[in-house]
Each structure stands twice: as structure tokens, then as C-alpha cells.
Design a protein around this ligand. Structure first.
Ligand code: ADP
Length: 250
């Protein structure tokens, strides 16, 4: 029986396709651009039209560049990271990203929050989510960063096991259903031109999936949004004692 593609499979396919198409598209634009430039030198009469073609080619090539950057996402370098400590290190960055008039709250219950992730990319993802939260408010409001432990038994995307959940909740304008449905799509944005790239949530999704976790949205228009990233809890196995009296396997 045929099965529908899961959301992450679709996004992965989009990523691969995007890279290939953007590359070929860029080559085509180069040919157009080189020829139009030759024509510009020879043909004074059509100068205005030729310049407007060049301008369009330029915009196409910027878009292709963004597509390429998206498709060639950085590889992950996972290490053992305690998310509680990472959040603490990020305090001043987060404060700056949120801005002065927004109340920031952090809920990190005492204990360990060990995961196996790329810390630089997790920082980027979290900052992007805080910026999204800020953008969803006009000036004032509240952003809460909270950690919790979650045990998953049955789930369509997550393997059974223990997860560290990082929730970024805001009191912003929320998302209507049409936006929620498309929010993870690369290049989907409702922000004014030049402000949004539409890549924040799709990158966050890619990061979470590649780290063995997932990302989920809950939103109520007029009330706010909560974005939750689930990352597998990484328990470092204790090394067996040397004098355990068990023969080593060599
Ligand atoms: P960008 O922020 O560049 O638009 P994203 O992929 O991060 O790209 O987000 C896509 C869209 O999802 C945003 O344009 C916005 O409409 C919606 N969105 C994301 N985060 C929030 C949030 N915290 N509250 C309300 N809407 C949001």
C-alpha cells in the first residue's frame, strides 16, 4: 500500500530538490546575465529594457543563493550538552534578542538536562525562536523558556524513551491555522519583505529531527504560541569498575 510521506520526509525531499534546482537555476541566470551585458554594450536603444532584465536576473540569483544556503545546511557536530547550562550561558544573548520591554522568564528545575546535540546550532535555533516570539508581540509581553523531562511511549515521530523538552512560550498574536499548517515550510513567512526569510522554523525542524528529536507548535490566535523542541535525553553510561571480577572480552 502506498503511504503518505511524513512531514520530515517531505522537508528532506524539498531540501534535496532545492539544492539541485538552485544550482542549475543559477547557471542559467549566469548565461542570461552574460548575454544581456554583451547586448547592453552593443545596443544603446534597448538600454532600459536590458537593464530591467539584468535587475530581474539579479533578484533571481539572490533567491538562488538563499536556496543554496538552505540546502547546504551545516553538518551537525553533536557533543554532550547540558541544556540548563547552555541556557544560562545564553542569558545575555537572549535578553538582547528579546529587547527591553519584554518580560523574560526562565524555568529550569534543578537537576541535569543532558543531551547529545550540536551546541552552536542549538543556540542558533533557540535565538531564532526567541526572535520569532519577540516579533509576534508589539513591543511588550512575556517570553518563557522552560525545561522539562518527558517520557514518550507511543508517538508517530519520536522513538520511545526520555526527552528533554525545551519550550519557548510567548504572549504574542499567535498563529491562525493557515499559518500553523505552513510554518515549517522553508521560505514560508508572513513577515514584511526584508524582515523574514521563512527559514527559522524549517531549520529548527531540521535540527530537531537530525538530533533524534522533534519540534511542535501550539498556538492560539490572540493568546500566544508555544514552540517545544524535544531532544533525546543522553545518559552517559557509567564505566564498569575494573575490579568487577568479570573477564574482559579480549
Ligand atoms: P520567519 O521568522 O523568517 O518568518 P520562520 O520559519 O521562523 O520564518 O517562521 C515562519 C512564520 O511562522 C512566521 O513568518 C510567522 O508567521 C509564524 N511564526 C513563527 N513563530 C511565531 C510565533 N512565535 N508567534 C506567531 N507566529 C509565529
Amino acid at each position: 500500500a502506498r503511504q503518505a510521506l511524513s512531514r520530515s520526509q517531505k522537508l528532506e525531499a524539498v531540501g534535496k530538490l532545492t539544492g539541485g534546482v538552485a544550482h542549475d537555476f543559477n547557471n542559467i541566470l549566469h548565461i542570461i546575465s552574460a548575454n544581456v551585458q554583451l547586448m547592453l554594450r552593443a545596443d544603446g536603444a534597448n538600454r532600459k529594457r536590458l537593464l530591467s532584465i539584468l535587475d530581474a536576473v539579479d533578484r533571481g540569483s539572490k533567491l538562488a543563493g538563499q536556496l543554496l544556503a538552505f540546502a547546504r545546511r551545516q553538518p551537525l557536530h553533536p557533543t554532550s550538552v547540558d541544556i540548563g547550562e547552555l541556557l544560562e550561558r545564553m542569558d545575555s544573548l537572549v535578553l538582547r534578542a528579546a529587547g527591553d520591554s519584554i518580560r523574560l522568564e526562565k524555568s529550569v528545575p534543578p537537576g541535569l538536562w543532558p543531551t547529545l546535540v550540536d551546541p552552536n546550532q542549538l543556540e542558533n535555533v533557540l535565538l531564532n525562536l526567541v526572535i520569532n516570539a519577540r516579533d509576534a508581540m508589539d513591543g511588550s509581553g512575556r517570553i518563557t523558556l522552560a525545561l522539562s523531562n518527558v517520557t514518550i511511549d507511543h508517538d508517530s515521530e519520536l522513538a520511545p524513551g526520555d526527552y528533554v523538552a525545551v519550550a519557548i512560550a510567548d504572549s504574542g498574536h499567535g498563529m491562525p491555522v493557515e499559518v500553523m499548517e505552513r510554518a515549517f515550510e522553508p521560505f514560508f513567512t508572513t513577515k514584511p519583505e526584508g524582515k523574514g526569510t521563512g527559514l527559522g522554523l524549517s531549520m529548527a525542524h531540521g535540527f530537531a529531527r537530525q538530533s533524534g528529536g522533534d519540534i511542535r507548535l501550539a498556538s492560539e490566535p490572540g493568546k500566544g504560541t508555544t514552540v517545544t523542541i524535544y531532544l533525546p535525553r543522553h545518559v552517559v553510561a557509567a564505566r564498569p569498575a575494573l575490579d568487577a571480577g568479570v573477564a574482559a572480552p579480549y
